[in-house]
Design a binder for this molecule. Structure first.
Ligand code: CMP
Length: 146
């Protein structure tokens, strides 16, 4: 079934000028962008978004990093979109990511890994993250012509 998933180019990806490349990869794959927002994440949103990692040793660094500069938040729609995006991103650790994946091509380290996508093994993570970043009226529907 067609589903929607949340994807975000992190501050390192924005600073390195990778937004266009990343958007192109998902467009070329046939996914449809139904929401997009260039924005700055504040402390509160960072805590809400990464709440599951609160208390972990890397949490404070993660919040500092994700609030350090603008991000490009997106919603992509398509068949099995959450899993498709995860596969195209590669592993959380760029060092473990295959060449040809976004992190395998561009990721520097576990923190500066260029992109975030909803976890397909975490039931409802996509809907939860979309709702955190987008109002309903910021998501649009239209036909993609291939
Ligand atoms: P992301 O998919 O955005 O979700 C949580 C993020 O925490 C992850 O990508 C990494 O960028 C970041 N992170 C930093 N250090 C670690 C770590 N030791 N283990 C897992 N994730 C980490």
């Amino acid at each position: 079934d067609a589903e929607r998933t949340f994807v975000m180019v992190k501050p390192d990806g924005v600073q390195r000028g990778l937004i266009g490349d990343i958007v192109s990869r998902f467009e070329d794959r046939g996914l449809k962008m139904v929401g997009g927002k260039f924005m700055q994440i504040d402390e509160e949103l960072a805590h809400d978004h990464y709440g599951e990692h609160e208390g972990k040793p890397f949490f404070e660094g993660l919040v500092d990093f994700i609030t350090s500069g603008p991000v490009f938040a997106m919603v992509w729609e398509g068949q099995d979109a959450t899993r498709q995006v995860r596969r195209m991103m590669g592993e959380t650790d760029p060092a473990e990511s295959a060449p040809g994946t976004i992190r395998g091509d561009y990721g520097l380290d576990l923190g500066r890994n260029v992109i975030h996508g909803s976890d397909h093994e975490d039931e409802g993570a996509n809907e939860r993250e979309i709702a955190l970043f987008f109002d309903e009226d910021e998501l649009v529907d239209y036909e993609r012509v291939d």
